[in-house]
Design a protein around this ligand. Structure first.
Ligand code: ADP
Ligand code: FRU
Length: 324
């Protein structure tokens, strides 16, 4: 079922002579320690798992895993600990052909780790995350990037104090450069569009909303804003975004909806697999696939439709390997 999904996506696997610019994903890379259980355990019980695995995780890092499978040149930009687990993380980035040339390495701190309980009965993923002491990226780190290498920058809505000036830096760069083609989505000839994903239900990330050209918001964040439906979410967020922003919201089994820059709405159903086995990173998969479409200028309707198709395929398999 999943095996064929990516091969049917327009452009995937096709030989293009155009030299394509990278998509840069800025955010977290962590280690996910995943224990697959038949049923979610009772508190204070002693359960044996069905299987366990380590997986490179973190939203921006997962976005890259999916982009790379879609054949998009991409780069992960974040901080990494030089201590334990660095080999695992670096080898896995390499295995997925994800560029990490500009990552910032820190001594004497730990790799962020998520312990994930993945339930086979429901496909639910329960995440317990820890980030003891790994410093976040700074504006100074960001300023060292050569922005002309990239065709799109995607930020995770975290580290707000530093990400705010990073986006301002990109905007300044955009003012002195121009794309040959109209990018669509009301972006005109902007060479380096900025997308942003707000997933965690935290107030701080709201400050970033007016900065994004394309805003992804999760169901959790929408509910935190008091919204109960996708359309309400899009109308609510439109009050705070740039006037020409595109707003996209994914809601698990309900699929996804988006508001285009001109105020029109498009929607896609979810595409459930025969059996939902692993929902860890479903949102990251949706986001990466939608970005793939946006960076190629597909219609907004097609972008979220593809996003839901690939995310639907992803929840039917363990991890991300095998989408193609
Ligand atoms: P998150 O990982 O952020 O919680 P969501 O649960 O909103 O993400 O899922 C993102 C997308 O993944 C949805 O829009 C949908 O297309 C797909 N998806 C998630 N869960 C399911 C499911 N149970 N069945 C089918 N598709 C799903
Ligand atoms: C999934 C994910 C996991 C990680 C967690 C961090 O969306 O990126 O890989 O453990 O979220 O919040």
């Amino acid at each position: 079922v999943c095996g064929s999904v990516l091969s049917h996506i327009p452009g995937v696997g096709s030989d293009s002579n155009l030299e394509e610019k990278k998509i840069l994903c800025v955010g977290l890379a962590c280690l996910d320690i995943i224990q697959v259980v038949k049923e979610f355990p009772e508190e204070d019980s002693d359960t044996r798992c069905i299987s366990m695995r380590w997986q490179r995780g973190g939203n921006a890092s997962n976005n890259c895993t999916v982009l790379s499978q879609l054949g998009v040149p991409c780069e992960f930009f974040g901080t990494l600990s030089k201590q334990q687990h660095l080999d695992f993380m670096m080898n896995d980035f390499k295995a997925h052909n994800i560029n990490i040339d500009n990552c910032v390495y820190y001594d004497n701190c730990d790799t962020p780790i998520s312990v994930v309980i993945s339930s086979l009965t429901t496909g639910s993923r329960t995440i317990i995350h820890s980030n003891k002491n790994l410093p976040e990226l700074t504006l100074e780190d960001f300023k060292k990037l050569d922005l002309s290498q990239y065709g799109w920058i995607h930020f995770e809505g975290r580290n707000v104090e530093e990400v705010t000036p990073m986006i301002e830096w990109v905007e300044m760069w955009n003012e002195s450069h121009s794309s040959e083609q109209d990018r669509g989505y009301g972006l005109g000839h902007k060479p380096l569009p900025v997308s942003l994903e707000i997933e965690k239900p935290r107030a701080a990330a709201q400050d970033l909303i007016p900065m994004a050209d394309v805003l992804f918001v999760s169901k959790d964040f929408a509910e935190f804003r008091g919204c109960t439906t996708m359309s309400e979410t899009l109308r609510n967020l439109a009050l705070d975004t740039k006037h020409n922003a595109t707003i996209i919201s994914a809601w698990g089994e309900r699929g996804a909806m988006a508001r285009a820059h001109d105020g029109t709405f498009v929607q896609s159903p979810a595409f459930p697999p025969n059996k939902v086995v692993d929902t860890l990173g479903a949102g990251d998969t949706f986001c990466a696939t939608t970005l793939y479409g946006l960076s190629r200028g597909f219609s907004l309707q097609d972008c979220i439709f593809l996003g839901c198709q690939v995310a639907g395929a992803k929840v039917g398999i363990d991890g991300f390997v095998g989408l193609n």
